[in-house]
Design a protein around this ligand. Structure first.
Ligand SMILES: Nc1nc2c(ncn2[C@@H]2O[C@H](COP(=O)(O)OP(=O)(O)O)[C@@H](O)[C@H]2O)c(=O)[nH]1
Ligand SMILES: [Mg+2]
Ligand SMILES: [Zn+2]
Ligand SMILES: [Zn+2]
Length: 530
């Protein structure tokens, strides 16, 4: 009986203890459990989000962050020596890295927590199992909630990030389209249709530009994948992407021949004047006289004129010296030489390229690619040395023959030169019927000195002289047939006593470049004997 009582008491005690324990666990689950579960879940979520943001900020904004990956789209591997605009590639690379590194870091944190719970609650070493296990189970429920919650939040963040990147890229694309369109509109409104390279004669839409700091060459600087308003050169220097934004302040280069272009090219409409004529007809000297006339007019209150680039300056310097000293000009060899001047004021300013081709350029048909510039000319200048006309000497008197200085005479008859030039234009499919042609009959001073011509014959008189005296009627008819308008000028590319270029040059300039040269001076009563 005693044993039975003891057993009963024992059972009761055990039942009591067990029910107390169960009641305790239930109390724990009901009253403390929710707080523990929520607390754990929230703590884990906060930790994960904090981690994710740390990684995100590190990847996107902190160059020294250990989370940061290798540079995406390094400039060395880009078609242009520039960094990609952030939303055209780098942003998605960053996002990808944030998600990968962020997941690793977050999983690692989660694991540390789970391990701590397991070790603390289920190992039975620190806390006895009968206390640890219920708490551990509750904590685990919290952890699971926390994991679900944080995964959902991170997924939402990442989704927002992706959407933002695509919206930003879209906005950038729209901006680029708008800017390019605006640029095209503005250029069209200003009548700027491409830029001509004075080195190779080709016309291109937009120059390449060199970085002012590292000399890397940017082929296409306009708004695009490498920058909307500005781009960053591989060296770090920022460069404007449009003429509107100041890219003309960078040194321009030709995309065809890689040579330096005229500074400021692309800011002003261009006028291209091709010069043709036989060897020693007087082309080079005429260009010098034209430039000197325009600069002289500018110095005396005429339309502004300035030499546009270093090449023109050095070339002109030599020519000017020769003109002033009445010396002889060395023959032009090799590629056509472009002389470039900015003429006119403000909005009316024009970049004028006069291309002086060597006489031979028109003879050999394999060199016509050097004449690309002729394609865009609205006015051409043909230099005719009357002394090169075969019949010229026959009609002279003995006195005129004796007085005539033939040392500078050209040996290429103008008919041949013109025929080859027009043949080349046909080959190049240039529509010469839209082009005005100025015919400069050169070396007027030599003819005057010999008494062959007097004063300065006007266009009609000169035409009559060329037709009747030099038998150039066929040539003149061909010119009138092929060109829109033909005008004749007798020119003397010489500097007079008062350090002034012969006024015949100003008259030619006035017709060649209306509004950009001063109005042609009044002709002294023509006393030409024709
Ligand atoms: N006196 C005089 N000499 C000229 C004139 N134009 C050209 N010359 C001379 O004629 C030669 C050939 O001239 P240049 O300009 O080199 O001819 P290009 O081959 O057509 O460029 C040079 O010796 C010039 O000095 C001119 O108007 N007057
Ligand atoms: Mg020459
Ligand atoms: Zn640079
Ligand atoms: Zn070029």
């Amino acid at each position: 009986v005693g044993d039975l009582i003891a057993l009963a008491v024992g059972l009761c005690v055990i039942a009591l203890v067990v029910s107390a324990y169960v009641a305790g666990v239930i109390m724990l689950a009901v009253f403390v459990g929710p707080f523990l579960v929520v607390g754990t879940a929230v703590a884990l979520t906060v930790l994960v989000l904090d981690m994710y943001l740390r990684v995100a900020i590190g990847v996107m904004f902190r160059p020294s962050s250990p989370y940061r990956g290798a540079l995406a789209f390094p400039p060395e591997q880009e078609p242009e020596p520039a960094f990609r605009q952030y939303f055209f590639g780098p942003a998605l690379r960053d996002l990808d890295r944030i998600l990968r590194v962020g997941r690793q870091e977050c999983v690692a944190r989660g694991r540390t927590w789970a391990r701590a719970v397991n070790r603390g609650c289920f190992g039975g070493t620190r806390v006895p199992n009968w206390i640890g296990v219920p708490i551990g189970v509750i904590l685990w429920i919290g952890l699971l909630y926390g994991m679900v919650l944080s995964v959902a939040l991170v997924a939402l963040l990442a989704l927002l990030h992706v959407v933002f990147v695509f919206v930003a890229q879209f906005a950038a694309r729209v901006m680029i389209g708008v800017l390019r369109g605006l640029d095209t509109l503005l250029l069209t409104a200003r009548d700027i249709r491409g830029v001509t390279c004075k080195q190779c004669g080709w016309k291109i839409r937009y120059p390449s530009y060199e970085c002012g700091q590292c000399n890397r060459r940017h082929r296409d600087i306009r708004p695009g994948r490498h920058g909307v308003l500005r781009r960053r050169c591989a060296c770090g220097r920022r460069m404007p992407t449009l003429l509107l934004l100041g890219s003309h302040r960078l040194p321009p280069y030709c995309a065809v021949c890689d040579q330096r272009m005229t500074p400021g090219v692309g800011l002003r409409p261009e006028i291209v004047v091709p010069l043709f004529g036989g060897r020693s007809a007087g082309k080079t000297r005429l260009v010098a006289a034209l430039a000197m006339t325009l600069l002289g007019q500018a110095a005396h209150g005429g339309p502004p004129a300035r030499l546009a680039d270093a090449d023109t300056q050095s070339g002109y310097g030599t020519l000017e010296m020769i003109l002033r000293s009445a010396g002889h000009v060395a023959a032009t060899r090799g590629r056509p030489v472009g002389y470039s001047l900015y003429l006119g004021a403000g909005r009316g300013e024009r970049l004028v390229h006069v291309f002086d081709a060597a006489g031979e350029t028109f003879v050999s048909s394999d060199r016509t690619d050097e004449l690309e510039y002729a394609r865009y000319a609205r006015t051409a200048l043909f230099v005719v040395d009357p002394m090169s006309v075969p019949g010229f000497l026959r009609g002279l008197t003995a006195g005129q023959l004796a007085a005539l200085d033939l040392s500078t005479a050209s040996d290429m008859p103008p008919e041949d030169v013109f025929a080859r030039f027009s043949q080349t234009m046909v080959q190049m499919q240039v529509r010469t019927e839209r082009v005005r042609l100025a015919v400069a009959v050169s070396k007027l001073d030599v003819l005057r000195d010999a008494g062959v011509l007097q004063g300065e014959p006007d266009g009609a008189q000169l035409e009559q002289w060329l037709t009747e005296r030099l038998q150039l009627g066929n040539l003149i008819r061909a010119m009138r047939h092929e060109f829109h308008e033909v005008r004749f000028f007798a020119t003397a590319s010489v500097v007079g006593d008062l350090d002034q270029v012969d006024p015949s040059i100003a008259r030619l300039a006035g017709w060649l470049l209306p509004r950009l040269a001063a109005a042609a001076p009044e002709r002294r009563r023509a006393v030409a004997r024709v």
